[in-house]
Design a protein around this ligand. Structure first.
Ligand code: NAD
Length: 491
């Protein structure tokens, strides 16, 4: 077993890798795409791209391994996941550097994500042998009825680039624990940490063919994978636009699908909120990973009476955010690539006008002429119909709106097509519970951002943010189907 325990935390990782893992082997391929450091534009390696014909090979390898893996004892499957979790923690610094350099996030952000990935693997390893069906009541003692939980078969898992280690663990662990085999397609934008995680899965004892990886362009490789007739279930994480296409492929083959899409999460701040706690968390919720998180707190909704104070505190804190490359390990890095930088800058520029005023940022930080850096940006919005309050920006861009009273807060919070996370800031327990019921989101946080402190909290979604019971113990059931068995006892 190799260990990187002595590797310095900030050692620059190589961006070279083979992107195709089929039937237990990493395969050479003739075409490649570059690994580009988002902070410098420097190419630090090349990833050999999978061919479209590899889809068929990978699905065949997964199909060939499916029967044996589904018949492997659930305890043994759990034990492999547990060993994998151990290896992830053992190699956490190397993995963190890969994620941080590839995505552009600060090293400590990469480390946190890798630790979350390890925790998900660990949590799920314990669930593998606790998936059960039910015994059913019968009309007479001469009958016996029960349900079995069975794997779907071959799962396609298609992932985005923003939090690759976490999403890899969150989707692979339940799929494998439940006895499925997998063809995984990481995003071509930042696949390095996923490749390293897959190597560790092999080292943990995952049999050949159970997990296969294809790396390449989504519209070619991803589309071919999700429409392949050998796929039994799709798990897709990404944008709404791609989610629609992937759902069409699932409809064509009539297979189940789980989709986890975008967000526009509000931080709803009432006049009685504890601002010492709220303001740093709100600022972090939109600057962490440069706002490139599905659950980023991109909308600040403030009760009128406290709006001036919250606005000035948030602006001060956003103005103090320290920006740098992954190995500077400051508060915020660049956007992932030039296209993302151009898109986010364009959305901000296009939004300004009647009802939308720039309070902070909107441009490159001083002295950062290269790389994909954008300053933390704050927009005051007085026109509730301004498109910017409903669009997923996926950058460090916060809109600020005010409300008057509980009903107005609910209407404002519910005013977008998304429904991923809503954070309620109040010291009034009754109001917090009322808001939890009235706001249309898959997840609610009270006096904190997101699920910190809760083990196995489901990553649920509502409205156009998608539908799934991702993460947590119930997430395992997503990767099974139920079979009903009825028996007449003879003799
Ligand atoms: P994307 O939709 O562009 O790509 C996601 C994946 O789909 C990539 O692997 C891509 O190669 C692949 N793909 C692209 N076109 C495809 C097609 N036609 N068929 C099949 N696959 C295809 O998203 P992105 O830019 O990589 O990621 C950002 C998006 O992901 C944001 O909208 C963000 O909110 C969302 N996201 C959601 C969650 C969640 O849990 N809800 C988590 C992280 C990110």
């Amino acid at each position: 077993m190799t260990t990187d325990a002595k590797t310095p935390a900030a050692a620059a990782p190589s961006g070279d890798h083979l992107g195709t893992f089929i039937g237990g082997s990493w395969l050479e391929r003739s075409s490649a795409f570059p690994s580009v450091d988002p902070a410098t534009g420097e190419t630090f390696g090349r990833i050999a791209a999978s061919e479209v014909a590899d889809v068929d090979r990978a699905v065949s390898a997964a199909r060939a391994a499916a029967r044996d893996w589904s018949r492997t004892s659930p305890s043994e499957r759990g034990a492999i996941l547990g060993r994998w979790a151990g290896l992830v923690f053992q190699h956490q610094h190397r993995l963190a550097a890969l994620e941080a350099r590839n995505v552009g996030k600060p090293l400590s952000g990469g480390l946190l994500n890798v630790q979350i990935a390890g925790s998900i693997l660990q949590f799920t390893s314990g669930g593998a042998d606790k998936l059960t069906g039910a015994t059913l009541p019968t009309r007479s003692p001469d009958y016996f009825g029960f349900t079995r939980r069975e794997p779907h078969g071959v799962c396609a898992i298609v992932l985005p680039w923003n939090v690759p280690a976490v999403l890899c663990a969150a989707n692979l662990a339940p799929a494998l624990a439940a006895g499925n085999t997998v063809v995984l397609k990481p995003s071509e934008v930042a696949p390095l940490v996923i490749h390293a995680l897959v190597e560790l899965a092999e080292e943990a004892g995952l049999p050949a063919g159970v997990l296969n990886v294809l790396t390449g362009i989504g519209v070619e490789l991803g589309a071919t994978l999700v429409s392949h007739p050998g796929i039994d279930h799709i798990s897709f994480v990404g944008s709404v636009a791609t989610g629609r296409l992937v759902m069409q492929a699932a409809a064509q083959n009539l297979i189940p699908i789980k989709v986890e899409l975008g967000g526009k999460s509000p931080n709803v701040v009432f006049a009685d909120a504890d601002l010492e706690v709220a303001v740093p968390a709100i600022v972090r919720s939109i600057t962490e990973n440069a706002g490139q998180n599905c659950n980023a707190g991109s909308r600040l909704l403030v009760e009128t009476g406290i709006a001036d104070e919250v606005r000035s505190r948030v602006l001060a804190a956003m103005g103090e955010i320290r920006i740098g490359a992954w190995d500077d390990d400051l508060d915020m890095g660049p956007l992932v690539n030039q296209a993302q930088h151009a898109r986010v800058s364009g959305l901000v520029e296009g939004a300004l006008g009647d009802g939308v005023e720039l309070l902070l940022g909107g441009t490159r930080p001083e002295g950062r002429d290269s790389g994909n850096f954008l300053s933390p940006t704050v927009l005051e919005v007085t026109d509730r119909n301004a498109p910017i309050v409903g669009q997923e920006i996926f950058g460090p861009v916060l809109t600020v709106e005010t409300f008057t009273g509980d009903d107005d807060a609910i209407a404002l919070a519910n005013g977008t097509d998304f429904g991923l996370l809503a954070c309620i800031w109040t010291q009034d327990v009754s109001r917090a519970l009322r808001m939890s019921a009235e706001i249309g989101a898959g997840q609610i946080s009270v006096n904190q951002f997101s699920d910190a402190g809760v083990i196995g909290m489901p990553f649920n979604m509502a409205k156009q943010s998608g539908f799934s019971a991702g993460n947590g113990y119930r997430g395992l059931y997503e990767f099974t189907r139920e079979k009903a068995v009825a028996v007449k006892l003879l003799g």
